[in-house]
Design a protein around this ligand. Structure first.
Ligand code: G3P
Ligand code: MG
Length: 247
């Protein structure tokens, strides 16, 4: 089993920044996360067709911006002017959709670790992965404060091929039978899965093989009380302050 160095050094990670405290995947959300004292944040990176990496979760613009239509088809200039805060609350009006570069700068200025989730619906893997890696190479300094995660195993395989020293987190909704083969293929660092669908047996097998175990998205301390006993290393939450005693 691969014994993984502890780069996490903490048990709590803010989800989409801190999605319950500020509009998700915005700089305000990163600042809100940092204000709770949390040391790590997760954000989603999305490639738009005309070029440009933005921090965004959905395939469509409606839920989190004042725009409409497919995220991937948005013009980069239009994307940069969308209001991504008003839907959440008046005080966040004018909050923008960050570019990956803006988010990397902000996260490093706040001294946080980053779990960068590559969203794959927006474009083919061959386009998004090299673009993300080039941006990280230029704008992200400390490799030990960076985890790259994705539900898309091919995306992670490509990251491993192009940049083998990165720490990789394989995301699952349900942990599949062949999870270990997948993790070995990418020299993975962690399994990141839905706490509600994880079994104790799976958790113990993941830990026995030397991988870190991270669970999303728990917004209730009791929801993951038993998962800590199963060996869960980190909880991914929309409100890190709920887990203040573990930060
Ligand atoms: O990385 C954990 C979590 O963000 C995965 O699901 O849909 O919130 O990106 P989603
Ligand atoms: Mg995500």
């Amino acid at each position: 089993p691969a014994l993984k160095k502890d780069i996490l050094k903490s048990k709590v990670m803010g989800h989409r920044g801190a999605a319950l405290l500020a509009p998700e995947n915005t700089l305000a959300s990163l600042q809100a996360a940092a204000a709770t004292g949390v040391k790590w944040v997760e954000i989603d990176v999305y490639l738009i067709d005309k070029g440009g990496l933005i921090i965004f979760h959905d395939d469509t613009l409606e839920r989190c911006t004042n725009g409409s239509g497919l995220t991937r088809e948005t013009d980069p200039l239009v994307a940069s002017m969308l209001d991504a805060g008003a839907w959440f609350g008046d005080q966040f009006k004018g909050e923008l959709v960050p570019t990956l570069i803006e988010a990397l700068d902000c996260i490093q200025a706040l001294g946080l670790g980053l779990n960068l989730e590559i969203k794959h619906d927006a474009a083919d893997v061959e386009n998004i992965v090299p673009t993300v890696l080039d941006t990280l190479k230029e704008y992200w300094v400390d490799n030990d404060k960076l985890l790259i995660s994705s539900f898309n195993h091919s995306a992670l395989k490509m990251v491993f091929e192009l940049d083998p020293q990165r720490h990789l987190g394989q995301l699952y909704e349900v942990v599949p039978e062949d999870w270990l083969a997948q993790l070995e293929q990418i020299h993975g660092y962690s399994v990141n899965c839905d706490y509600a669908q994880l079994t104790q047996q799976q958790a113990q097998a993941i830990k026995a093989q030397g991988y870190k175990l991270m669970c999303y998205t728990a917004n209730d301390v009791d929801a993951v009380a038993e998962h800590w006993h199963w060996g869960m290393d980190m909880v991914i939450t929309d409100d890190p302050s709920l887990f203040a005693s573990l930060i």
